[in-house]
Design a protein around this ligand. Structure first.
Ligand SMILES: Cc1cc2nc3c(=O)[nH]c(=O)nc-3n(C[C@H](O)[C@H](O)[C@H](O)COP(=O)(O)O)c2cc1C
Length: 386
């Protein structure tokens, strides 16, 4: 039988026979609380916090309890097909690492983007790297081995700078550009506001800008940190409109994935305008509070996409069973945010690899136990609980 993600479980049990028990958490609650104790208070606040009173952030997680999977017996699902194909590429599993802009700061050496790339190389789980990196995008991707990488674009106000970032990503070998639509201005985040905590304004994670030739023309050729930060703050957020999509589309031949779509009408219109992927997400509840969870909107978004393009999903995924439920509701690929940041904080590359393997093993075992040999079976056997 081919290697299955479930094998991670048996490895743990067998290791324990020789006295090696996992030093890393096996459940999300422990992961979250242990990560909180190793991260600096400001970085922890930035990662853990969300918009307003964080009701949407909590709702993202709770929404998964409103769906249940019905086990099917006598199926003999001893091998599960978990690979997915999107934009002509095949991935071993539907899981990917969502862009996390401060991930570069999470490791002690402050090369967290490179650590993410190494974990992608080790696991085959692709990463989508934020524009906000601590190391230049050209260097980071060289650590991802044969695992495809994606670039997430925060579209700057300056069109030449946007074009330069996309061109650099394409040249460096990224396989798709995710344009984040919901964060041209930061949402209202009380945890960070209480301490005036905004990492970028302290000169962090701006490497992709400060090393860019167009940015250098805008900020002046002699890099002065304060001028660079001021320039960055002025050009960061472009409140895009539908009229900008044709221009974005013209920048690259790579797939363009629109991140932050929650309304089915927006999904339909985006595909009509040339989007190659729809990324249903509410930014983990970090941007707008008071909304529905992303999962509640997923079935409508999937229906609107009508199999025309892959549908990516994130926001609130905390376990392998959450991954399977999101797939059951029609997602093509499922993104993980905070959990992998916490794995990286606790155990570096090994900690991050562990979090990915636990998610995948749990998802695989759930499919095995429930008698789902493939995702079609998951989709046939998911039910609303309320
Ligand atoms: C600390 C942090 C930084 C983030 N930075 C970015 C970013 O730079 N670009 C982006 O598109 N999304 C960013 N996101 C949103 C994630 O890509 C993803 O949508 C979200 O984390 C999913 O929710 P979850 O953390 O509940 O899994 C960030 C999320 C966190 C927690």
């Amino acid at each position: 039988m081919a290697d299955q993600f479930a094998d991670y479980q048996f490895g743990i049990y067998f290791d324990a026979l020789s006295g090696r028990v996992p030093g890393l958490p096996m459940d999300y609650a422990t992961l979250e609380s242990r990560a909180a104790s190793v991260l600096s208070p400001s970085l922890h606040s930035y990662i853990a916090g969300g918009a307003g009173d964080e009701a949407t952030q909590r709702r993202n997680v709770e929404a998964f309890t409103q769906w249940g999977l019905v086990p099917r017996m006598l199926v003999g699902a001893d091998e599960r097909e978990m690979s997915v194909t999107a934009w002509g590429q095949t991935f071993r599993s539907p899981v990917f690492m969502a862009p996390v802009g401060v991930i570069g700061l999470v490791t002690e050496d402050r090369h967290g983007d490179i650590a993410v790339a190494r974990a992608a190389a080790e696991t085959g789980v692709p990463a989508m790297f934020s524009t906000l990196m601590q190391d230049p995008l050209e260097q980071v991707i060289t650590h991802a081995g044969s695992t495809p990488s994606f670039f997430q674009l925060y579209t700057p106000k300056d069109r030449d700078l946007a074009a330069s970032l996309v061109e650099r990503a394409e040249k460096a070998g990224y396989r798709g550009i995710a344009v984040t639509l919901d964060t041209w201005v930061p949402g209202w985040r009380p945890r960070d506001l209480a301490t005036g905590n905004f990492p970028q304004l302290r000169g962090n994670v701006l490497e992709n800008y400060t090393g860019d030739p167009v940015f250098r023309r805008l900020a002046g050729s002699a890099a002065d940190p304060q001028t660079d930060i001021r320039t960055w703050a002025q050009i960061f957020g472009n409140p895009l409109s539908w009229n900008d999509l044709a221009w974005l589309r013209s920048l690259t031949d790579l797939p363009i994935i629109l991140k932050g779509i929650s309304h089915p009408d927006d999904a339909r219109r985006a595909i009509d305008a040339g989007a190659d992927g729809i990324y249903c997400s509410n930014h983990g509840g970090r941007q707008a509070n008071g909304g529905l969870s992303a999962l509640e909107m997923l079935p409508e978004v999937v229906a609107a996409c009508d199999d025309r393009v892959p549908v990516l999903f994130d926001s609130g995924v905390r376990s392998g069973s959450d991954v399977v439920k999101a797939i059951g509701l029609g997602a093509t690929m499922v993104g993980i945010g905070r959990p992998y940041a916490y794995g990286l904080a606790l155990g570096g590359v090994a900690g991050l690899v562990h979090v990915l393997r636990t998610m995948l093993a749990e998802a695989d075992l759930l499919m095995a136990v429930n008698g789902y040999p493939d995702f079609a079976a998951v989709r046939e056997n998911i039910r609303r609980t309320s």
